[in-house]
Ligand binder design. Structure first.
Ligand SMILES: Cc1cc2nc3c(=O)[nH]c(=O)nc-3n(C[C@H](O)[C@H](O)[C@H](O)COP(=O)(O)OP(=O)(O)OC[C@H]3O[C@@H](n4cnc5c(N)ncnc54)[C@H](O)[C@@H]3O)c2cc1C
Length: 452
């Protein structure tokens, strides 16, 4: 079904959620036409698989100015907020007018196993992250209903090689002693280089520089009132990323740091397509509660399915992902249930972003929130990518839920590789945008025939 009526509970408004495209009435005709064209193109698998080749071919054929103009009017305009601070701010204002909130992301790409130009590259990314904090920072509005959030990608600030090394150490017997969240938090606070015995001096220096970068971003984000949602990446890196998040959480998610929202300053991401995720999430939630820390989770199905399976096949190790789509969805449901239970018990100290385009998952979350007495604009929010599944985002926003659109921004040349990767990762979603296209066509037809 495309809509759900939510149960009424005393004190909790129970909006009706409809994903029938009525909300497209809020959009301009130009935007609808662009969305229809771009989503149609993205549903063509060869174009998505070879997007970078197609783009460079386009450039050769049209020249860089004309191809730039075409891209801006199409793919870039659909999925990217803009290049300059002014362009981003004006995209954000357009979203806000529709009842949606920004979740800015600095687009950086580093494949596991490749290294991008030393400490200078990471320092450049640090500056970009600090500017992203400024752009995400809320206007001084003490009544703003929900906190400002932004995405943070760990491998933009530290090398994948080091993350792999740390992941391997964490898996080795006794490896966790020197690498505990408490010890990393202490190193981060001191600003000194660590002396981890199983790392080389060069690796220790890089780890030290990386920890200083994370500390800088967290400090700045805390000062500007912005929460950091740390992305989950590959299983070969994730344990290292979670270790960093835990270290940051010890420092920044303490009750002393809480502001009026009470929400955690650093959130981790859980990928439901991994077999061990529900147990890991349960353990992390318990650990946060035991230590009295605020807890924030972005829950996704997971973006790197094919790559994970290919890597496992090549290494001859067991596939870490769920065997099929239904199993991933059951795992998502389980994690959702677990987190909603936590939120209803712990209140605003515990936060969840339901980051999914899936109408069933979104409806399940909304229904259970009403049953558990969790307010629509409270500690649970929703997340979708800019330019995708607007019938879901707008319907949620209009019904009073907190909805964030993940927004990449930056110069055309830097954003295109990022977009190409996202398009490949979200092939399933883009392919499934058939329904969105049908709803877009219906709204355009209604306008052309001037029906009410
Ligand atoms: C705000 C936001 C933040 C995000 N951050 C991250 C992040 O930090 N890390 C990350 O990895 N992803 C992230 N994503 C991407 C997210 O994982 C994808 O959007 C998601 O995979 C698509 O799932 P869905 O629930 O939207 O849609 P659906 O179409 O319902 O689900 C598609 C997903 O199901 C899973 N799946 C499909 N086929 C199979 C199969 N045969 N076997 C097992 N599982 C299968 C895959 O995960 C696939 O991506 C983010 C997305 C959003 C909106």
């Amino acid at each position: 079904g495309s809509w759900v009526r939510l149960p009424a509970l005393p004190g909790v408004p129970s909006p009706t959620l409809r994903f029938d495209g009525e909300v497209f009435r809020l959009k301009g005709t130009g935007e609808l036409v662009r969305a229809l064209m771009v989503l149609r193109l993205c549903a063509w698998p060869p174009l998505v698989t070879h997007s970078l080749e197609v783009l460079s071919w386009c450039r050769r054929l049209l020249g860089s100015r004309l191809s730039g103009a075409v891209l801006r009017a199409s793919v870039y305009g659909q999925f990217v907020a803009g290049e300059t601070a002014e362009e981003v701010q004006s995209s954000v204002r357009r979203l806000q007018a529709l009842g949606l909130r920004p979740l800015l992301a600095v687009p950086t790409e580093e494949e596991p196993g490749t290294e991008r130009g030393g400490e200078g590259w990471y320092e450049g990314n640090l500056s970009a992250m600090l500017s992203c904090v400024d752009l995400s920072s809320p206007p001084a509005d003490p009544a703003a209903p929900s906190p400002a959030l932004m995405q943070l990608k760990v491998t933009a600030l530290t090398s994948t090689r080091l993350c792999k090394e740390l992941t391997a150490l964490l898996g080795a017997p006794g490896g966790t002693r020197e690498l505990s969240p408490d010890s990393l938090a202490a190193i981060m606070e001191s600003g000194q280089d660590p002396h981890i015995s199983s790392l080389s001096s060069q690796q220790n220096q890089h780890l030290g520089a990386s920890l200083r970068r994370f500390h800088r971003v967290a400090q700045h984000a805390r000062a500007r009132g912005v929460r950091l949602l740390v992305d989950a990446e590959y299983t070969s890196l994730n344990p290292a990323l979670s270790l960093l998040v835990s270290a940051l959480a010890l420092r920044w998610n303490r009750p002393e740091e809480a502001d009026r929202h009470g929400a955690a300053w650093v959130w981790d991401t859980y990928q439901a397509y991994l077999q061990d995720t529900p147990e890991r999430l349960g353990r992390a939630a318990e650990a946060a509660e035991r230590r009295g820390l605020a807890f924030g989770v972005k829950l996704v199905r997971g973006a790197y399915l094919e790559k994970e399976r290919e890597l496992a096949r090549r290494a001859g190790t067991p596939d870490p992902t769920q065997p099929d789509y239904e199993a991933t969805s059951r795992s998502y449901s389980r994690c959702l249930e677990l987190m909603l239970g936590q939120v209803s018990r712990r209140g605003p100290q515990c936060r969840l972003m339901v980051a999914s385009h899936n109408e069933q998952s979104v409806s399940q979350a909304a229904r259970r929130m009403a049953e558990l007495g969790i307010r629509p604009d409270g500690p649970v929010c929703f997340g979708q990518l800019l330019g995708m599944c607007d019938q879901v985002s707008l319907a949620l926003g209009q019904a009073g839920y907190a909805v964030y659109k993940s927004i990449p921004y930056g110069p055309l040349d830097e954003v295109l590789p990022y977009l190409s990767r996202r398009a490949q990762e979200n092939r399933a979603v883009l392919h499934g945008a058939r329904r969105e296209r049908q709803l877009l066509r219906r709204e355009l037809w209604r306008r052309m025939t001037r029906r009410p």
